[in-house]
Write a protein that binds this ligand. Structure first.
Ligand code: T4K
Length: 391
């Protein structure tokens, strides 16, 4: 039986962790290999514009995910913008409100209205019924988001898209090395968009990519990420600057080699959380389906009314201990200032999840004992509550 802390930092004890521990600490592979790749880049004096490292990175990612084409982009948000434009979306596009704000911004930035649909309480992914109810004559597409790396209901969304002649793409920012019914995320819909931001399980410093089996779409997106240039002086398409730089591809090549280890470390820590949080009243972990491949990057819990502390009280107590747990994606995109005026259907599950969700730190930079210590704090706070004024 573990001895639980008898005093917490919110009550004046020193914080359990001397330095902050974060949800999104970067995973970094072999430094010597990274330095060697950077030296090679400097020797060639070729820093960006479809250099050899980016080409190699695209090939490796496409092979890894089992897709024909990978178009590397400077970040996931610009990758979304390019994919949306390349697919010709306009008018209204249905997305979950329960996603990182970039999914909504990538549409609104291009004059397209994001229409928010509700999610499933267990998986936190789009509810097909809510998507279908949100379709109007102005709808041109659906963006499914594989939230926490849990796959969307891909087949149901594909069926809705086909019946209503809508484009279907996926925001797979969380979904690298996760699978849906045995097939790796990356090959679904017209295309899927990846993020390799520093805080993702697999990072390229900043970075993103669009993966697809559609050769024409990939060709168009390659033009679009490079100002529409098809050779010197020959602009054949409207475009932007969405290129990935060589230094990012170097980081990507090194991290792809190390990815199995990152995921194994995540998985081991997720299982410690699962076991240690299992019997705490009011605390429920979002679980991963072991029949599928998962990257276990996000450890997500909900704190319901049977806990003695509210979600916000728990986060307050964790932050005092230097555990920087997050409320991703509170309060939901539909309630964020730029989108608060957009009409939407009922979002009861999104609102309920937003009120109780907490994302806990994970990753190889934390030891298993660190994770146990985080669980001890959750245990004490949620069983005992924290003293409120007047108590
Ligand atoms: N779609 C979805 C569903 C997404 O989740 C995202 C990004 C996107 C699209 C867009 O992809 P990108 O354009 O970003 O490629 C973070 C990330 O910035 C964001 O990439 C991610 N989703 C989102 C879920 O989380 P923040 O603002 O909450 O976290 P941030 O960047 O402040 O980092 C969190 C903590 O990690 C920091 O407090 C400290 C630590 N950290 C961070 C960085 C950057 C480090 O220790 N080292 C670092 O280098 O958004």
């Amino acid at each position: 039986m573990r001895a639980l802390p008898d005093r917490l930092a919110i009550h004046g004890a020193p914080p359990r962790f001397p330095e902050p521990i974060h949800v999104g600490r970067p995973n970094v592979g072999n430094r010597e290999k990274f330095h060697a790749l950077i030296d090679g880049m400097l020797d060639r004096n070729w820093l960006t514009n479809a250099g050899p490292l980016v080409e190699e990175f695209e090939k490796r990612v496409a092979d890894d995910l089992g897709v024909e084409h990978c178009v590397a982009i400077c970040n996931g948000t610009v990758a979304l913008e390019i994919a949306i434009r390349a697919l010709g979306l306009s008018g209204e596009v249905i997305i979950p409100s329960w996603t990182f704000i970039a999914t909504a911004h990538a549409l609104a930035w291009q004059g397209i209205r994001p229409v928010f649909a509700d999610i499933d309480a267990r998986t936190h992914n789009l509810s097909p019924a809510s998507v279908e109810a949100a379709i109007t004559p102005a709808t041109t597409g659906i963006i499914g988001v594989h939230v926490w790396g849990r796959p969307c209901p891909v087949d149901e969304l594909a069926d809705i898209a086909a019946r209503h002649r809508l484009k279907l793409l996926f925001d797979a920012a969380h979904g690298y090395r996760c699978s849906y019914r045995g097939r790796r995320i990356g090959a679904f819909g017209e295309c899927e968009v990846l993020s390799f931001h520093a805080t993702k399980v697999f990072n390229t410093l900043e970075g993103g990519a669009i993966v697809t089996n559609d050769a024409h779409l990939a060709h168009r997106m390659r033009l679009m990420r490079n100002f529409g240039f098809a050779g010197y002086d020959n602009v054949v398409h409207p475009g932007t600057n969405g290129k990935m730089i060589e230094a990012s591809a170097a980081m990507g090549l090194v991290n792809l080699e190390a990815l199995d280890g990152f995921i194994e470390a995540n998985r081991a820590r997720y299982h410690v959380y699962r076991e240690a949080l299992a019997d705490i009243p009011g605390v429920t972990l979002v679980t991963y389906d072991e029949a599928d491949e998962n990257n276990y990057h996000y450890v997500v819990a909900s704190i319901d009314a049977t806990s003695k502390a509210t979600r916000d009280e728990l986060i307050h107590a964790l932050h005092a201990e230097n555990v920087l747990a997050r409320k991703y994606f509170w309060p939901g995109c539909h309630a964020m200032q730029p989108y608060a005026g957009i009409p939407h259907g009922p979002l009861p599950v999104t609102d309920a999840v937003a009120a109780c969700n907490v994302v806990l730190p994970n990753g190889p930079s934390l030891s298993l004992d660190d994770i146990r210590a985080v669980c001890d704090i959750v245990n004490v706070v949620c069983r005992q509550g924290i003293a409120r004024p007047g108590e």
